[in-house]
Design a protein around this ligand. Structure first.
Ligand code: NAG
Ligand code: NAG
Ligand code: NAG
Ligand code: NAG
Length: 261
């Protein structure tokens, strides 16, 4: 009797433990899955509209039903604890002068008053520069090169001034075989001898914050420019070799003459 009673008791206890545990595990799984489904990314742009900064966030999964979802940022703000994002189609954004640009903020996805998922970000470390523009290519026959210049709004900014630019160019008929060149300057040169003669090239530039206080992501690409290389190098070569040959001849003459002095 007592053995049977203990047996029943144990079975009852086990049932309770299993159901309780599995119920808990299910809830846990559900919450993990929810947070994963609502994972998101953000970038900042500083001084985009005069002295206003912007912060843009979106879900990794563009198909998330975001009807009732809101974004909120708290911390590292001036005069205020938290701010809500505006919603524009699938993007959430804020334009403000209140980012301190020092220390971490917490960005949360909210359903009503409940945080579904949160992320710690430093606004100064997620900067996506504005795309460069006005890419121009000028051929210098006497130097046998192409001078590429472009403009960027960051030249006029106070904060994110130092950028690394990625110049990409390719033979237009050669599909996606892009060549790259890095520089912190808005002027770069392409050597004619590294390009094919009489060919059409496409060229574009993008920027990323240079390793200093500000950090972040590549900008969008600038609008593309196109240029054609001259037919042959022979004219350019003869122009170059002419004077060089004369200089070498003169140096040689000097060398021959000097020992006699
Ligand atoms: C998105 O969710 C809302 C309620 O939260 C619902 O009314 C709406 O039909 C859903 N939209 C889609 C496309 O599932
Ligand atoms: C949601 O996150 C914010 C920080 O962004 C925090 O202040 C708030 O307490 C959180 N709410 C809950 C219910 O955890
Ligand atoms: C670059 O663009 C700005 C306008 O955004 C203009 O004021 C400036 O003169 C341009 N600089 C050059 C070198 O073209
Ligand atoms: C160009 O600069 C970027 C960013 O600093 C770097 O990731 C990349 O490796 C550089 N590429 C070359 C060819 O130097």
């Amino acid at each position: 009797m007592t053995i049977l009673g203990t047996g029943f008791g144990m079975v009852f206890y086990l049932l309770q433990a299993v159901s309780g545990e599995s119920g808990y595990a299910q809830n846990g799984d559900l919450e993990d899955a929810e947070a994963d489904d609502y994972s998101f990314w953000c970038y900042s742009q500083l001084e985009v509209d005069g002295s206003q900064d912007s912060l843009t966030c979106a879900f990794d999964d563009p198909d998330v039903n975001h009807t009732n979802l809101e974004f909120e940022i708290c911390g590292a703000l001036m005069d205020i604890n938290c701010m809500n994002f505006n919603k524009r189609q699938e993007m959430y954004f804020i334009k403000t002068r209140k980012f301190l640009l020092v220390g971490d903020s917490n960005i949360c996805v909210k359903l009503g008053k409940k945080n579904i998922t949160c992320k710690t970000v430093n606004i100064a470390k997620i900067v996506k520069p504005e795309a460069p523009f006005d890419v121009e290519v000028m051929y210098r026959e006497e130097a046998n090169d192409f001078v590429v210049t472009f403009n960027t709004s960051h030249l006029k900014k106070k904060y994110v001034k130092q950028l690394m630019h990625d110049l990409a160019y390719h033979l237009e008929k050669d599909g996606n075989n892009w060549m790259h060149m890095n520089s912190t300057s808005t002027t770069m040169t392409l050597l004619q001898r590294k390009l094919q003669p009489d060919a059409m090239y496409e060229i574009k530039v993008r920027s990323i914050p240079e390793n200093n206080y500000f950090d972040g992501f590549w900008s969008e690409w600038s609008p593309s420019s196109h240029f054609r290389t001259p037919e042959t190098k022979s004219l350019g070569l003869s122009l170059l070799y002419g004077p060089v040959f004369l200089i070498i001849k003169r140096l040689w003459n000097n060398c021959v003459r000097n020992p006699k002095r």
